[in-house]
Design a protein around this ligand. Sequence first.
Ligand SMILES: Cc1cc2nc3c(=O)[nH]c(=O)nc-3n(C[C@H](O)[C@H](O)[C@H](O)COP(=O)(O)OP(=O)(O)OC[C@H]3O[C@@H](n4cnc5c(N)ncnc54)[C@H](O)[C@@H]3O)c2cc1C
Length: 499
Amino acid sequence: MLPQHADIVVIGGGSCGSVVAARLSDDPDRSVLLLEAGRGYDAGPTLPSELRDAALLPVGPESGWIAAYSAHLAEGRDATVVRGRGLGGSGAVNGAYFIRARPDDLGHWPRSWSHDEVLPYFRAIESDADFADSVHGGDGPIPVMRTPPDRLHPVSAAFHSAAVAAGHRSVDDLNAPGPVGVGRVPMNVRDGVRHGPGLAYLLPAMGRPNLSVQTGTQVVRIVVSEGRATGVEIADGTNIRRIEAGHVVVCAGAVCSPQLLMLSGIGPASQLRGLGLGVVHHLAGIGDGFSDHPEIAVPYRYRDNVPLRAPLLESVLHTDALEFRPYTVPFGAAIPGSGVADPILGVVLTRPRSRGSVMLNPNDPSAPPVLDYRYLLHHDDRDTLRDGVRAAADLLADMRDVVAPGSADVGSGRRGPSDAWLASHLGTSLHLSGTCRMGDGENSVVDENCRVHGIDGLSVVDTSVFPEVPSRGPHATAVMLAHRFAAGSSRVTGSTHLL
Ligand SMILES: Cc1cc2nc3c(=O)[nH]c(=O)nc-3n(C[C@H](O)[C@H](O)[C@H](O)COP(=O)(O)OP(=O)(O)OC[C@H]3O[C@@H](n4cnc5c(N)ncnc54)[C@H](O)[C@@H]3O)c2cc1C
């Protein structure tokens, strides 16, 4: 039964929403209602099989666990971008690469989110199976492990050797704040099962009497009255139903959080008026200025047969500007229905200059929003990726045990791959961040405690509040953010009931 009121309404049961709802309902005197647009699953060991297998990403065209968006990546390059949709969100379907932001990534955040400040929360969220020391956690909900060196897939092992031969440092622990180099990927996996926040945080909390979880329930508007969020409206067939809330926490993800705020009249006033929407509160930065990692796919062929079942990414090389991702198997083998047959080495720009925007669809604001990435606009971004593709060619040439000689396609320009070649091999790492940025500047949307500027009783807690995308995968940082937000909820307001 859908409650008519809750102390806290959490919108979106994805990576962050799962953590927020579970942690806030630790207090039995506080009622928490989690509303998730996508599918759900029952309490107990009933996580659907397609979400369990960490070696498979259920994000192909047939998946019932995703939402797909049309995106313009760069001049001449359009793509379909997916996000998780269902309990656990993107964290239930992702690559299980669970790595922390580096200390200098957090240098772009408000000072209360510095590396030293957040280290206790990075520790609190995890149980690291490989390291027990003051940097790692031993009893948090998310299990973290790395593939043992002697069990690495042949591609991962050959890549590691080639990177070391090329002069890169071998790093034991990519989560340690030391120098960058090549190392084994920390994964949120135990016994082959992907342990995202849906499984690790939310499922164990789902039987609580003070936590109600409603799936298949799309929030269409946040209700604001006299400068305070007082509830939400949900679609109920053709009707709209209202639920009153003491506090609303938006965890709808970096695409849907800005969309929902704008549909609620909170956003850039000129864009809202242009679409005939009322303006409740002008916040210029909503939707605009996001960052994500452009990724160039360098295809090659295997020399001999290699196992086609393994964690998709076991080893990575970080330089300051680039991440090299030797995917173990072709995407076609890891993503049911995707059909991509060649193995690839991904070349990722870790600190892109390009900034994109999520805009309401001008034909129908409630339809999926329009994503414009504006990748490759800056010549520094193009040049760094060009350097990366050249370095990838050298690494692949040195991976003689697994890469068929001369099979890598790296473009043929005299100065490296052309702009057109880069665009035609361009994708995105799906790390979209910063559509409702944290800070106190003109274009910031939430303060350092994730409270929306100018509206009481309303918070945003997901990767949309990241000031910019970290230089590596955002998932561990998202879970840390949500865990810390919930830990600080009573500190923020001085109340244990309302944030
Ligand atoms: C295919 C894929 C692979 C990835 N691989 C990795 C990886 O290996 N490592 C890594 O670090 N990062 C990875 N990422 C990124 C990472 O998973 C995400 O950044 C992170 O999970 C985002 O968490 P979130 O809570 O911000 O949003 P999400 O987890 O996307 O959650 C948002 C939730 O809100 C729900 N929702 C949206 N609108 C509404 C509404 N109006 N009403 C109710 N509910 C709503 C959605 O259905 C969804 O469940 C990957 C992402 C994808 C998509």
